[in-house]
Design a binder for this molecule. Structure first.
Ligand SMILES: [Zn+2]
Ligand SMILES: [Zn+2]
Length: 666
């Protein structure tokens, strides 16, 4: 090198490669004006892309004559602030995701496409009305509030652990009020299904400050405006789902995560981050407290409490003196079922309906029946692309594959023996709805599942009609279980509680417990005592009895002890490689070659094994599971392996992914 020192731009570019890309500065652009987080337009292969400037380097692995020149810098100030860039770097490193993909998650589409950041975002978030006054807190709520308040400007994880109806939201609201008094901003993360107009309304009614929402249901324009409102400090409270964890703020003072155990906080494809864990890291970087609220905390969170890492704030009473619902188990082994419903359940429903109350039935399976079977030969309708059974949808008169979304018209004859004796086996929400309409023809039924709420706004319409008492019977999937307040529901029935008992997934029992209590929490709020009926074939299962007769805490302790015994998370750390290909051996070979690169005795490797769903959408699926008691050891191994990945020749025929801390391994 004989020329004076050169500077190259290191850019994060939205590609699947796990590295930065080096460019020469735009012509005539002084490099000293560049700041990390600015957008740079670049030539990339045959097109133009927008990358994010991450820093300058004096050395590039690419020979100078091959380096391309960037086209232009789009910003005078960084669109991504340094704390968010740090968070992105951490997340890309921890989840072993391409930095360009991580940054694509962070920026609204309009900004990724190059739109400018100078707009006035004020007009979209004006207010009209007088705030509601805070409620009087009970002793436990008050203690929780003080604990959260005492850690302001410090990193601390508070777990607000309280049964449904114990007034967690009121604690959030009063903690938020203190933060707003200090002129700071607040981020509230809620599950996908939890972000209803009612949730937002409660915040809007309490605070006379601008509030914006970020979730999948808004337009790109709204997202862009909300994002800028948070970044400029105009919005004081941001309520959002998973990806809102990356929202920029001027001065963030508190993070609240409601229903922290909820699965929707984990992104299940692409950049597979867990928003709760990213939020904790963000609170750590920003030196602020974070509140994780739940009636049924995840076992990971409980484990962290036991380890002394998280602060445990318990709310054991239902606020306002409301009583916990009474549970009744219906052992369906000894009862005859008509379309999945037992006589005692029908009778109980009748009583509650005749008293003028609402009744809610819960079944976590949409469609009419999960199986169409030939009575003559036992043939079952299967998806040709997935080798999985297709679900019969009565309304659409069709068969749907819930795994790849393929559909076909309802078959009238057996495809094996041509017999006409096709039977719909098992129940989905549609079938329950149909059965109930014959039992209770004088009452109006609302069904809430992905099929009935597909149209935009239809979920809100149904919820409003339920609130107004226009529907007396509610039947739904877990969409119905989360966060909705129906004060007139006095009976909740779980049509089939058994899926948790025979699943191959070790997390199934934890989920069953959480869902059961969440559903039960819909019953008997305010003055009306509630009842919960549970239909099951496992009425003597010790964990079910523990959950219902003791509480979630003893139930979760038992499961934690079992996990420890079996060396399962949260006592060990998991990472899962998934591979899929048109031919099984491509995927298997790929993972085998990957495995051959792994030489770490402390990491236990299982596989390559055919995935529990062996084929999806025509692709064969194989997986490789890594387990280790020491997180840094596992992380180091992953880093090395991904480095070697470049040299594995079959990789072009294989689609693969890595899931760090997977929540679903089956
Ligand atoms: Zn047949
Ligand atoms: Zn399919």
């Amino acid at each position: 090198m004989n020329s004076p020192k050169k500077h190259y731009l290191q850019l994060a570019v939205p590609t699947p490669l796990r590295r930065y890309f080096d460019y020469l500065p735009p012509a005539g652009f002084p490099v000293e004006n560049l700041q990390a987080g600015m957008r740079i337009r670049i030539p990339f292969q045959q097109r133009e892309l927008i990358g994010i400037f991450m820093g300058l380097t004096e050395k590039s692995d690419v020979p100078t004559h091959k380096l391309k020149q960037a086209i232009e810098c789009l910003d005078q100030k960084p669109v991504i602030s340094s704390d968010i860039l740090d968070l992105c770097r951490w997340a890309a490193d921890y989840y072993h995701s391409p930095i360009g993909e991580v940054i694509a998650t962070v920026l609204p589409a309009w900004l990724r496409q190059g739109k400018s950041t100078d707009i006035s975002s004020k007009k979209s978030i004006t207010r009209q009305d007088t705030p509601t006054t805070p409620l009087v807190l009970n002793a436990e709520q008050h203690a929780a509030l003080l604990a959260i308040e005492s850690s302001h400007h410090h990193f601390k994880v508070h777990v607000l652990d309280g049964v449904t109806g114990s007034g967690k939201t009121e604690v959030y609201l009063q903690a938020i009020a203190k933060v707003l008094e200090r002129d700071e901003q607040v981020m509230v993360l809620v599950p996908e299904i939890g972000l209803t107009p009612q949730t937002v309304q409660r915040f809007r009614e309490r605070f006379s400050v601008p509030i914006v929402c970020l979730h999948s249901g808004i337009t790109e324009k709204q997202r862009y405006q909300a994002w800028l409102a948070a970044k400029t400090g105009t919005a004081r409270i941001v309520i959002g789902t998973r990806s809102a964890v990356f929202t920029p703020f001027v001065k963030l003072g508190l993070i609240v995560i409601d229903e922290e155990h909820d699965l929707s906080f984990k992104q299940q494809d692409g950049f597979r981050y867990h928003a709760r864990d990213v939020a904790i890291m963000r609170a750590h970087f920003n030196h602020i407290p974070i509140v994780l609220g739940s009636a049924t905390p995840s076992l990971e969170t409980l484990h962290n409490i036991h380890q002394g890492r998280f602060d445990h704030l318990e709310l054991r009473e239902r606020a306002g003196g409301a009583e916990l619902p009474q549970f009744q188990i219906l052992d369906v082994r000894n009862l005859s079922l008509e379309d999945g419903l037992s006589v005692p359940l029908i009778n109980e429903m009748r009583q509650h309906l005749e008293s003028g109350n609402q009744v809610m039935l819960f079944l976590n399976r949409r469609g009419f029946a999960p199986v169409m079977m030939c009575d003559a030969c036992g043939w079952m309708a299967q998806c040709k692309r997935c080798d999985m059974r297709m679900t019969y949808h009565y309304g659409a008169a069709s068969l749907h594959c819930h795994h790849c979304d393929s559909q076909k018209n309802l078959v009238k004859r057996c495809e094996n023996c041509s017999a006409h004796d096709l039977q719909a086996i098992g129940q989905g929400t549609e079938r329950i709805e149909k059965a109930l309409s014959t039992y209770f023809s004088h009452y109006s039924i609302a069904r809430i599942d992905r099929d009935s709420t597909r149209r935009k706004g239809s979920m809100d319409d149904i919820l409003t009609r339920i609130q107004n008492g226009e529907h007396q019977i509610l039947i739904g999937t877990q969409m119905l279980a989360k966060g909705h307040h129906f004060p007139d529901v006095t009976l909740v029935a779980i049509v089939n509680a058994d899926s948790g008992f025979f699943s191959a997934d070790f997390r199934a029992l934890e989920r069953m417990g959480q869902l059961l209590l969440q559903v039960a929490g819909r019953a008997g709020r305010k003055e009306k005592p509630g009842k919960v009926m549970i239909q099951t074939r496992h009425s003597d299962h010790p964990l079910l009895l523990q959950l219902l007769h003791e509480n979630y805490r003893t139930f979760s302790h038992t499961i934690l002890a079992e996990r420890k015994q079996a060396s399962l998370p949260p006592y060990v750390f998991f990472a899962l490689f998934r591979a899929e290909a048109h031919q099984l051996e491509y995927a298997t070979d790929f993972l085998q070659q990957l495995k051959n690169q792994m030489h770490e005795k402390k990491v236990q490797i299982t596989g390559p094994l055919v995935a529990p769903m062996p084929r999806r959408a025509g692709k064969h699926r194989v997986q490789l599971l890594l387990q280790c008691k020491e997180r840094p050891v596992l992380q180091r191994l992953l880093k090395n392996v991904l480095h070697h990945l470049e040299v594995i020749p079959v990789k072009h025929r294989v689609r693969w992914s890595l899931d760090v801390d997977p929540l679903e391994i089956f």
